[in-house]
Design a protein. Structure first.
Length: 501
RNA sequence: GUCUUGUUAGCUCAGCUGGUAGAGCACGUCACUUUUAAUGAUGUGGCCGAUGGUUCGAAUCCAUCACAGGACACCA
């Protein structure tokens, strides 16, 4: 039963009283002619004027009431719009007869959205304010806002009712503005380089392009299951086969796996594919991309992240095998021997799965001993072929691939490689993954014969990369949970909601 | 999935080893024409997350469940 709360009842009553006096509590008759930020900028000279005011200027601004200080016949009110917060000065004698006492003091309150007109002045305490001569209620808020000082801190409420979080917490708004800028800048960066933005299917007949468990849905008309995509990779490469030479897609991927501080079931990535280039070129464009972001976001290249400090002027590059010993501290004579790695893992009290092949074990060593130590941006290169089913083999050493992952602040940010374009090799890699699947690896890559057929028509030598946008935004905004960079993070439904459905 | 911490008024939080529920903000009423979390006076406001159990008596102890935070596992 909605609206039974006594505070809500009280506020509904106030809306009724307003209506009875011909005041629409949900008016759409806004005459706003400037934003609060613009008002503050344009009138920054008032401080120097005679009496610190200019009655010849007139502005109309709108916003939500955040603070309300009534002192008898005069009041100070703070209203907030998207651009900022403004103090307004409201007096009984500057409003129509009776309005101040009968409505402003009684029926208008914190949370309501109002519109005011008046002239700029500076208060005794030196705050540029607006001297109100017209005041109109635009929207009555029938639910009360959270407490004005502590705001809303309960994470569950903040995520479930993000609108309240946004009303109460300016820094949260800032984070999402930054997120929007990151996406916009990313798009502009790649467009300026001549990349074509494309949209590929979100519903796949085969969940390919990554090793992950998919969400399954059903298409009634065709009577077949579809998988929400776990990655756009195989479709973007089909476009390279088709003759587009530089494409990118910024969109959601879906993975049916656990949720934690760095994983949400739907997350945003950019993937881009660039013909006639190699992963070496990707290292260069990635550095350029970060420099571009930092410049346009006005971020310092020494960026704090938690108790770390990340130096974005210090990009490093090191082959994976080498990193195991030079950074991970694992003896060099261990890292190329399956049995020795197994023994080493066991000696460290870690799970050693003897069914794993050498490449997988090297990946384990990396995850265990190296990843978290990579604070400054580091390109880890030359991944083992066993854990890179879609990457091109190195011409010098067929056991490793022309691949890198970029790590920053101990976390994977990007994954890139020169693409495998040999259809026969691709087929056998898929077959290898199928064998792994048969022996219990339920996250091995699916066979995609249609993709192999596409490759058989010839895909130009190409390099491709994926960047996790959410994790990137976390890094740039110093946020430590992916939920804090997603407007509406995945949450379990509450019991009542389930029952009502 | 495992461990762990939490859930008390609209919000932020107290409530000790069981004894009929507390504060601040918000809200109501009164006062107040330069306040900055305005101030002073006064009042209203609770299924103590849910369900069972122990007990003369449970917000408090126990069990189960729900949701959330954190850690771990899983996840290139």
């Amino acid at each position: 039963m909605p609206f039974t709360n006594k505070f809500i009842q009280q506020r509904i009553q106030k809306a009724e009283l307003l209506k009875q006096d011909g005041i629409n509590p949900f008016s759409n008759d806004s005459k706003r002619n400037t934003t609060i930020q613009k008002y503050l900028n344009v009138n920054s000279d008032i401080e120097e004027k005679e009496n610190k005011r200019d009655e010849n200027r007139h502005y109309i601004v709108s916003g939500r009431i955040k603070f309300l200080r009534v002192m008898g016949k005069a009041s100070f009110v703070k209203i907030e719009d998207e651009s900022g917060m403004l103090q307004i000065y409201v007096t009984r004698d500057n409003l129509p007869e009776g309005f101040y006492n009968n409505h402003f003091k009684k029926n208008i309150e914190v949370g309501d959205i109002i519109e005011v007109g008046g002239f700029p002045f500076v208060t005794g305490h030196g705050e540029l304010s607006l001297h109100v001569s017209e005041l109109k209620l635009l929207t009555k808020a029938i639910a009360p806002l959270p407490e004005k000082f502590h705001g809303i801190t309960d994470k569950e409420v903040r995520y479930r009712k993000r609108y309240l979080d946004l009303i109460m917490n300016a820094e949260v708004r800032k984070t999402f503005q930054t997120r929007s800028k990151v996406i916009s800048l990313t798009r502009r960066f790649f467009e300026d380089k001549g990349f074509l933005e494309v949209e590929t299917p979100m519903m796949h007949p085969i969940a390919g392009g990554a090793n992950a468990k998919p969400f399954v849905t059903h298409h009634n008309a065709l009577g077949i299951d579809r998988y929400l995509r776990i990655a756009p990779e195989l479709y973007l490469k089909r476009l390279i086969v088709g003759g587009f030479e530089a494409v990118f897609e910024i969109n959601r991927n879906f993975r049916n796996e656990g949720m934690d501080a760095t994983h949400n079931p739907e997350f945003t990535s950019i993937e881009f594919y660039w013909a006639y280039k190699t992963y070496k070129d990707l290292i260069e464009i990635t550095k350029e991309y970060f420099a571009y972001l930092f410049e346009h976001l006005n971020l310092p290249t020494l960026l704090p992240y938690g108790d770390m400090e990340v130096n974005f002027d210090n990009f490093n590059e090191i082959p994976l095998i080498e990193s195991l010993s030079s950074i991970g501290g694992v003896d060099a004579d261990i890292v190329n021997d399956k049995e020795k790695i197994l023994a080493f893992l066991t000696s460290k009290g870690l799970e050693a799965n003897s069914a794993m092949n050498l490449g997988q074990l090297q990946g384990e060593l990396f995850d265990e001993f190296v990843e978290e130590k990579l604070i400054d941006p580091t390109f880890i290169t030359e991944y083992p072929v066993e854990i890179s089913p879609l990457a091109r083999r190195s011409d010098e050493n067929p056991e490793i691939t022309e691949r890198f992952e970029l790590f920053i602040a101990g976390r994977e940010i990007a994954n890139a490689f020169s693409e495998l374009n040999d259809p026969i090799d691709q087929l056998s890699r898929f077959e290898g993954q199928m064998a792994a699947k048969d022996s219990g690896d339920d996250e091995a890559h699916e066979m995609d014969k249609d993709f192999v057929e596409a490759l058989s028509y010839g895909m130009a030598p190409t390099a491709g990369q994926g960047i996790g946008i959410d994790r990137l935004v976390m890094l740039l905004t110093n946020e430590h949970s992916i939920r804090d960079v997603l407007l509406f993070p995945a949450m379990k439904p509450l019991m009542q909601e389930v029952q009502e459905i």
